[in-house]
Design a protein around this ligand. Structure first.
Ligand SMILES: NC(=O)c1ccc[n+]([C@@H]2O[C@H](COP(=O)([O-])OP(=O)(O)OC[C@H]3O[C@@H](n4cnc5c(N)ncnc54)[C@H](O)[C@@H]3O)[C@@H](O)[C@H]2O)c1
Length: 341
């Protein structure tokens, strides 16, 4: 990989400019191309990145033999097609979450990247959040004991989307964190949701995800809510923890709470309500860490933390949840991982 790696960003709408800003600021990376179908976007960001070449034509960017990698930050329905073209042109690929709209397309992307030995990374931003990393370490060290269940709230009066519902837009974040924190894979899911503002596009979704191990997760996802909440609660056999991303301090809190067997009475339990501690969570911007990780993977050849396979697993869970939504909340199995993926 040349140093600096030459990158192109495709899609400069709401989110893409954040990726472009971070990539442009990173050592070892040159923002060589910006691509957007909209002339207004190109005119807006042209003066911000005077050294980058701007185009409306994705093929023009792919034809540059010196371009090493592409970051795809276009709407979700375009991800699979644009990522396929980028990988087939021999470019390493960062794709915003979720990787694709269906598991079959995500599987194909994983296969193409594997065949061509290209890095495929999905922008599951929260997996790079220092608070999630701390929580993940706590869980893997066994400090919470056995994780029984967890639940998350991702609520806001937020961006009203037409091309994806609250499950795919917001749930992609929580499912990626859930799969990172939990042992094993989910086996069955249930989801109910309602579309109040735009017909056919659910604004609020309640999702239930169950693992074979018995671990369960509940997600409350909504962009139609008076509260801005991004909170995850994990209940373990020994301790419990919350990660509150809206809190300015004490983002991560660990509660020494639970039930202990009563020493004198067989089969009786007493509640334990001990210390409550909040380890400091580093203030590093998750998006910067995510972009840094992509560039490091390009130069080291390592598989990203959120590689294509991780992205595929998220899509499988979302697809099963969508099937449950469509079936009025009927439980659905989660597709298995094929050996190639
Ligand atoms: N990680 C996060 O927290 C986060 C937050 C918001 C959005 N996202 C993700 O970012 C992606 C983009 O979302 P958004 O809200 O910025 O969408 P958006 O609609 O605001 O912007 C998309 C841009 O892509 C351009 N575009 C579309 N098709 C194109 C094509 N074929 N070639 C070139 N340009 C094209 C459009 O002109 C537009 O400027 C989505 O995958 C979304 O899930 C991630």
């Amino acid at each position: 990989m040349p140093d600096p790696a030459r990158l192109g960003v495709v899609g400069l709408g709401y989110w893409g400019p954040n990726i472009a800003r971070n990539l442009n600021a990173l050592e070892g990376c040159e923002l060589a191309w910006c691509c957007d179908a909209s002339q207004a976007s190109r005119e807006r960001y042209g003066p911000v990145y005077p050294d980058a070449r701007f185009t409306a034509d994705f093929d023009e960017l792919l034809a540059d033999p010196d371009l090493d990698a592409v970051a795809i930050t276009t709407p979700v329905p375009t991800h699979a097609e644009l990522a396929t073209r980028a990988l087939e042109a021999g470019k390493h690929c960062f794709v915003e979450k979720p990787l694709a709209q269906d598991a079959a397309s995500a599987e194909r992307l994983v296969a193409i990247a594997g065949e061509r030995d290209l890095v495929l990374m999905v922008g599951h931003l929260l997996c790079y959040h220092p608070g999630v990393r701390l929580l993940s370490d706590l869980i893997s060290r066994g400090e919470l004991g056995e994780v029984y269940y967890l639940y998350s709230q991702r609520l806001n009066l937020g961006k009203l989307r037409a091309d994806e519902n609250a499950l795919w837009s917001l749930g992609a974040h929580d499912v990626s964190v859930l799969l990172e924190l939990a042992d094993g894979q989910p086996s069955e899911v249930t989801a109910r949701g309602e579309a109040y503002v735009r017909e056919g596009v659910e604004d609020v979704v309640f999702a239930y995800i169950r693992f074979d191990s018995g671990l369960a997760a509940h997600l409350h996802l909504s962009w139609l809510d008076p509260h801005k909440e991004r909170k995850l609660t994990v209940v373990g056999s020994d301790r419990m923890a919350t990660l509150d991303d809206m809190a300015l301090e004490r983002k991560l809190t660990i509660y020494d709470k639970g039930f202990d067997p009563h020493a004198d009475t067989y089969g009786e339990y007493i509640t334990r309500s001990g210390a409550v501690v909040s380890p400091a969570v580093p203030n590093d911007e998750p998006l910067r860490l995510e972009c840094r990780h992509f560039i490091d993977c390009l130069s080291d050849g390592d598989a990203p933390r959120t590689d294509g396979v991780a992205g595929l697993q998220v899509v499988r869970v979302l697809e099963a949840l969508q099937a449950s939504l469509d079936a009025g909340g009927a439980p659905q199995p989660v597709g298995a991982t094929s050996s190639s993926a």
